[in-house]
Design a protein around this ligand. Structure first.
Ligand code: IMP
Length: 442
C-alpha cells in the first residue's frame, strides 16, 4: 500500500513540516492537498531555516517529487515568493515540484472579503482568520460562479472572466462593507489581469494535471507521503465550527483534496505538541492566561509563522486529541516540543471535561458547549532537565518519558517519536513503536 499521511491533531502549528522533512527520504512523492498560504511550515536544517506556505516540506530533498494537489487554494504571488526564497538558498523547486491545474486561485477580492468578514462577529467573537483570503476562495470554489482555477489563467477567456468577476465582487464588497466599493481602486481589473498574466508565465513550468501523475506513480509502485496543513480541530466539518479553517484539515480530507482513492492511505501519523496552542478566536478549554502560558509561549517561540500573531497557549488536551486521532485514523503519534516542558514544576494533561456539571471524555460538537467545558486535569511532576541534547530514549529523563507515554495511553495511540528541538537531529524514535512510523527509524 502506497500512502502515509502526516496530520496535525490540534489547532495547527504542531511542527508537521519537521516530521514531513524527516520522513521524506522514505517516499517518492510528497503531496500537499488542502489549505493555502494560511499555513506556515518551518523546516530547520543546520543553520538554515526555511519558511514554506504552499510548498510541501519535501522540497528540500531533491529525490522527491512535491505535488500541490487540487484541494489547495493557491496565492500565485505568495508561492512565487516562496520559490524565490528557495532559489536564493540554492534549492531549485522547478526540478521537483508540480502544481495541479485544478487548484483554486486566491485573488485580490478574496483578501478584501476576508478582511471585511473577519471584522464581523460570529457567535460574539471574530474568527480571527489569517486574512489570506482562504475562506472566501473556498466559498467561491463551492459557489462555482466566481471561481478561478490555476488552469484558467492560461486560457484565452481569462481576462474576460476577471473583468466579469471584478464587477460583481465590487458590488458584493460594497454590500458587505456598507460603503461604495464600486468606485474603489483596489480592485482594478486591468491591473489584476496584467499582474496575474505575469504570475502565469512564471508558474507555467510547474503546472500539470496531478491526478494522472499520482495515479501513474502508484501504478509504478511509488510511495506517497501526504502532508496535512493546519490541524484536525480546525476541520471545516469536524472541528470547532465556526472557529475553523475552510478545508478538511483532519484525516478525512486526504483523498478528496489529493484526488486519490481512500484505499491508498494505509498509515496516518498524528503530530501533537506537548501542550496546546491556538491562534485566532474560538473556545480553548485548557488555555493558560497566566505566567505558565506566557512561559510556554516564550520557550516554544509560539508566534505565527504566517501572521506573527502570539499564539494562545495551554496544557495538553487529551480529550480533544483523542477525538481528532480517532477522526483521522491515527496509527502513531509524534510528540513535538518536549524540550519546551523541561523547566515547568508540574505538567498537566486534560483527561476529561466537566460541562454543566457532567463529566465527559467526548469532545463536544458545538463550540458553545466547548466554551463551557472545564478541564479535569491529571498532574505529573516536571523533570527540570535539559533534553535538547538527547539523541536516544535513554538520554531522556524518565519523568519526561512517563509524560510522553501517558499522553499516548490517554489518547489511545502509541507515541512513536519524540522531538526535543527544531533540528532534524533532535528527533528520537521510541523503541518498539518506531515501525509505526512507516518503517522509519529503529
Ligand atoms: P483561515 O484559515 O485564515 O480562514 O483562518 C481560520 C482559523 O484557522 C483562524 O483561527 C486561524 O488562526 C486558523 N488557522 C489557519 N491556518 C492556520 C495554521 O496554519 N496554523 C494555525 N492556525 C491556523
Amino acid at each position: 500500500m502506497p500512502g502515509t499521511c502526516v496530520i496535525g491533531l490540534q489547532w495547527g502549528d504542531e511542527a508537521k513540516g519537521k516530521l514531513v522533512d524527516l520522513l521524506t527520504p522514505n517516499f517518492d512523492l510528497v503531496v500537499r492537498y488542502q489549505g493555502g498560504a494560511n499555513a506556515g511550515h518551518t523546516v530547520v536544517i543546520g543553520d538554515k531555516t526555511f519558511k514554506l506556505h504552499h510548498i510541501p516540506s519535501g522540497i528540500l530533498n531533491p529525490q522527491v517529487k512535491n505535488i500541490i494537489a487540487p484541494g489547495v487554494v493557491l496565492n500565485p504571488g505568495t508561492i512565487l515568493q516562496e520559490i524565490d526564497s528557495l532559489l536564493a538558498d540554492g534549492v531549485d523547486p522547478s526540478e521537483n515540484m508540480i502544481i495541479s491545474d485544478r487548484v483554486h486561485v486566491v485573488c485580490p477580492w478574496h483578501i478584501e472579503e476576508d478582511k471585511a468578514l473577519n471584522a464581523m462577529l460570529v457567535g460574539g467573537e471574530s474568527i480571527g482568520t489569517t486574512l489570506r483570503g482562504i475562506g472566501p476562495c473556498y466559498r467561491d470554489k463551492v459557489g462555482r460562479t466566481f471561481a478561478i482555477r490555476l488552469g484558467d489563467m492560461f486560457r484565452d477567456d481569462f481576462a474576460e472572466k476577471v473583468r466579469g468577476i471584478v464587477t460583481a465582487k465590487k458590488r458584493i464588497l460594497s454590500g458587505i462593507r456598507g460603503d461604495d466599493a464600486e468606485g474603489d481602486v483596489e480592485l482594478d481589473a486591468d491591473a489584476i489581469i496584467s499582474e496575474f498574466n505575469g504570475y502565469a508565465e512564471r508558474l507555467k513550468p510547474y503546472v500539470a494535471d496531478t491526478n494522472h501523475l499520482l495515479h501513474d506513480a502508484v501504478a509504478d509502485g511509488k510511495k506517497l507521503l501526504f502532508e496535512g496543513a493546519q490541524g484536525a480541530l480546525l476541520d471545516i466539518d469536524h472541528g470547532t465550527f465556526p472557529f475553523v479553517t475552510s478545508s478538511n484539515s483532519s484525516g478525512v480530507g486526504i483523498t478528496g483534496g489529493s484526488g486519490v482513492p481512500p484505499k491508498w492511505i494505509n498509515k496516518v501519523i498524528g503530530v501533537i505538541k506537548s501542550y496546546s496552542t491556538r491562534v485566532g478566536g474560538g473556545p480553548f478549554p485548557t488555555e493558560l492566561d497566566n505566567e505558565v502560558g506566557a512561559k510556554i509561549r516564550d520557550l516554544g517561540n509560539e508566534y505565527g509563522t504566517t501572521t506573527g500573531r502570539p499564539r494562545r497557549c495551554g496544557w495538553f488536551d487529551a480529550v480533544a486529541v483523542r477525538y481528532s486521532a480517532r477522526l483521522s485514523g491515527v496509527d502513531a503519534l509524534s510528540l513535538m516540543m518536549l524540550d519546551v516542558m523541561s523547566y515547568l514544576d508540574e505538567i498537566k494533561i486534560c483527561t476529561a471535561y466537566r460541562i454543566d456539571g457532567v463529566e465527559t471524555n467526548l469532545f463536544p460538537s458545538n463550540a458553545d458547549d466547548l466554551r463551557r467545558a472545564e478541564p479535569v486535569y491529571e498532574t505529573l511532576p516536571g523533570w527540570n532537565h535539559d533534553v535538547t541534547a538527547a539523541r536516544s530514549i535513554e538520554e531522556i529523563p524518565e519523568l519526561a518519558m512517563s509524560f510522553a507515554n501517558r499522553v499516548g495511553e490517554i489518547v489511545g495511540v502509541p507515541v512513536a517519536m519524540v522531538s526535543v528541538g527544531p533540528d532534524r537531529a533532535q528527533s528520537i524514535f521510541v523503541d518498539g513503536n518506531a515501525q509505526q512510523m512507516a518503517g522509519v527509524g529503529g
